[in-house]
Write a protein that binds this ligand. Sequence first.
Ligand SMILES: [Zn+2]
Length: 267
Amino acid sequence: MDEQSARKLIVEIGKLMYDKGYVTSSDGNISFRLEENVILATPTQVSKGRMSEDMMSLTDLDGNPLNDRRVSSEIKMHLLIYKMRPDINAVCHAHTPHGTAFAAAGLSIDAPILSEVILTLGCVPLTAYGTPSTSELTDSLKPYVEHHNALLLENHGVVAYGKDLWQAFDRLETLEHTAKIAILAKILGGANDLPKDAIEKLINIREKAGYLTEAARCQACGYLEHTDVRCSLDAESVNNGNSNGAKISFTREELIDLLNQAVSLQN
Ligand SMILES: [Zn+2]
């Protein structure tokens, strides 16, 4: 996407976020990776409902300014995600009321209650509180960025990201919609969880359809532990002359078992 189209789309998504009540005042921020090391982002202290295309800031991946528009102080969170996830080109951060209610209550969005959410988003974990705009916040996100596409920021808000601006916004919207349904179901006496075999079928479908990759099997997600779905880690085989550099893979349990055996052999 060219720069002018990206500026236009950030203004449009900013309006949507404001109109849907995902942000108030100058909350939230949106960014887009224009080139490998050039990020277009919303400026500091501007309502996302009243932006114009000429307001946007440009920075490099280390946050150094590339134009004279001061970028949001929360850009560090966006830059961490771009650095850790080459497949991600857009990030939306907001204080959506229902998602943020989970984050304020110290809860993840990880109950297996909605088939569509297992298919398209997966689990949304709670990341530990860190002061906004500091490395405290980015440090607490690090363990989760690789396998998740949306995160809850404890006592703060939510962040969602995707391959383009619409996918990032759609994931934000799915997160907020799920949080709202979970709260309403709780008022009605509590949601019923999907059974194990239904979850496994949905995970197979989402991988075949390409909604989520196998990386999502490694999400921090309570219900995955009750299924037979495993996070398999690719391990480069030892190049001992016989392997020809072929890749082998282990399940997490097999790898832990092998490491334990190696440790006990050393002792
Ligand atoms: Zn925020």
